[in-house]
Design a binder for this molecule. Structure first.
Ligand SMILES: [Zn+2]
Length: 184
């Protein structure tokens, strides 16, 4: 079983991946980009925040944060706030692109069980037993309803292998240099 939380018009949903990693200033990501930026936004009257809820997900250093707002915000503003507050960039860009394409729940969280003590119930529940994988086209009504496009569908598959850098000249850059892969 999986439960689905769809970020509402009054919620931000952040993916704080590897939240303990250091920022340039040395402070952990979750402190510098989440707590302090959120504080600045609240203190300066930019965000009217009612509550914050932190969920630990798959690993020790991976969190999701919900921020409940007093007023509804337009979807693009919410997605930009999520990025500003330190949400994972890869996820955030995919969410923005999904919103640009009119997908109704561009930011969502799928978990194996409901979040204990959270301020509301999940929006959807499905009976799948395995994690949804876009390339497998899961037979799941919720997935079919809310299926976002995966980052690789939106932006192209990314190479996992390490490769050497290709120096680019100033001025017009030949496309063959962009396409080149130099093996290690
Ligand atoms: Zn499902």
């Amino acid at each position: 079983m999986f439960v689905w939380y769809l970020a509402s018009e009054t919620e931000l949903l952040l993916d704080l991946d590897d939240a303990a990693r250091s920022t340039k200033s040395g402070g952990p990501w979750i402190e510098v980009f989440f707590r302090r930026r959120l504080r600045d936004a609240i203190v300066d009257g930019k965000l009217d925040v009612q509550a914050v809820f932190l969920v630990r997900s798959t690993s020790k250093h991976h969190f999701q944060a919900f921020v409940r707002l007093a007023k509804a915000l337009p979807v693009v503003e919410r997605l930009v706030w999520q990025l500003h507050l330190g949400s994972d960039l890869y996820r955030g860009r995919a969410d923005l692109m999904r919103a640009a394409r009119g997908i109704k729940a561009p930011s969502l969280l799928i978990l194996p069980k409901a979040i204990p003590g959270f301020w509301r119930e999940p929006d959807r529940i499905c009976s799948c037993t395995r994690k949804h994988k876009t390339e497998e086209m899961p037979d799941c009504p919720v997935w079919r309803e809310l299926r976002g496009m995966s980052p690789w569908e939106l932006f192209g598959k990314s190479e996992k292998k390490a490769e050497r850098g290709v120096p680019l000249p100033l001025g017009q850059v030949p496309l063959e240099l962009i396409l080149k892969k130099l093996k290690h």
